[in-house]
Design a binder for this molecule. Structure first.
Ligand code: TTP
Ligand code: MN
Ligand code: MN
Ligand code: MN
Length: 333
């Protein structure tokens, strides 16, 4: 007997028991994301959204081809608004994977200007150091040394432990270069996910306080949220976001790092300083914040450009807006 012809997408049943069940998943990039979200929802007791994400993933798994365009979702059952938005963001990021690149670092900029030593940098009157850079110079040797993946993982344990004490239902995810698979970074970036709206308020000050009491905090620059739903999207196209965030320098104990290193570290202290960035977006903005904070900076910039020019959307770290709808809202004001 011959196998049945592949079903056109438009006849996908809303019932899982009526769909093909296969391990041959052509939409793993989307379904992985949806299932992580489903699991997070489950862990935080949100059964409704959890089921919705699982249903959406299940529908995508049943397709015998990869989704080629978000438009195709129109013909699929069981995809709620949230699932669709997430798939759309994932789609946009995938279609731009060629643009991955690192931005020029400030230090490289200084280097290209012929500044080779700390003394030269500090004595150059045209260079004004911000607070972070000033603090950075106190731990210059450490901060300028790349952070390894093993150190990033150890830092994650530290951050997770702190977050657990402040809010047991919160989850921590590494973002930035390490989320992109890099083996080294200049810092470690984390996004904190709180399951209920409003739980992000006060989280970072409490974390900073905890680090301080553990005697591992070397520097903290806290930026409270300037988030205002009513004002988004802003008229000017913005690349900065309005989330709660903080820029830290944290002590990492060498004994906490699971990696091989030279035995002889004569007279060196038993910790190193590491730059850590934390962001705590409200849950309804999490997907966009995660995308933005995963970077790279150039990738994000071109992602926004691509969204605007090729897809008629406005993308920022908070949401994805329809350009046309936005225009209508503005003109009615
Ligand atoms: P970085 O940590 O600066 O860069 P990186 O992790 O890609 O590279 P490195 O290994 O050198 O650390 O920034 C990570 C991402 O966070 C980057 O894409 C920009 C984004 N970001 C925001 O979206 N908003 C912000 O306010 C900040 C500070 C960063
Ligand atoms: Mn980083
Ligand atoms: Mn950086
Ligand atoms: Mn960073």
């Amino acid at each position: 007997s011959s196998s049945p012809a592949p079903k056109p997408v438009s006849t996908v049943s809303p019932f899982a028991c009526q769909r093909r069940t296969t391990l041959d998943n052509h939409n793993k990039n989307f379904t992985d994301l949806l299932e992580v979200l489903a699991e997070n929802m489950e862990l935080s007791g949100n059964q409704g959204p959890c089921l919705a994400f699982r249903r959406a993933a299940s529908v995508l798994k049943s397709l015998n081809t990869a989704l080629r365009h978000p438009e195709e979702m129109k013909h699929l059952p069981c995809l709620g608004e949230h699932s669709k938005a997430i798939i759309e963001v994932e789609y946009l990021s995938l279609s731009l994977s060629l643009y991955l690149s690192s931005a020029l670092r400030t230090s490289e900029n200084w280097f290209s200007r012929g500044l080779r030593t700390l003394e030269q940098i500090l004595s150059d009157p045209t260079i004004r150091l911000n607070r972070m850079q000033t603090a950075g110079f106190l731990f210059y040797d450490d901060i300028s040394r790349p952070v390894s993946r093993a150190e990033a993982e150890a830092m994650k344990v530290l951050v997770e432990d702190a977050v657990k004490r402040v809010n047991p239902s919160a989850r921590v995810c590494i973002t930035g270069g390490f989320r992109r698979g890099k083996d080294f970074g200049h810092d470690v970036d984390f996004i904190i996910r709180t399951p209920e709206p409003g739980q992000e308020d006060g989280l970072l000050p409490a974390l900073i306080d905890w680090f301080r009491r553990q005697n591992v905090l070397l520097y903290a620059d806290l930026q409270e949220s300037t988030f205002d739903l009513g004002k988004l999207p802003s008229r000017r196209f913005e690349s900065m976001d309005h989330f709660h965030k903080c820029f830290l320098i944290v002590k990492l104990k060498r004994d906490d790092v699971c990696e091989e290193r030279e035995r002889d570290e004569d007279g060196r202290r038993d910790w190193r300083a590491i730059r850590v960035d934390l962001v705590a977006p409200p849950i309804e903005r999490y997907a966009y914040a995660l995308l933005g904070w995963t970077g790279s900076t150039l990738f994000d910039r071109d992602l926004r450009r691509f969204a605007r020019l090729e897809r008629g959307k406005l993308l920022d770290n908070h949401a994805l807006y329809d350009k046309a709808t936005k225009a209508k809202e503005n003109s009615s004001m």
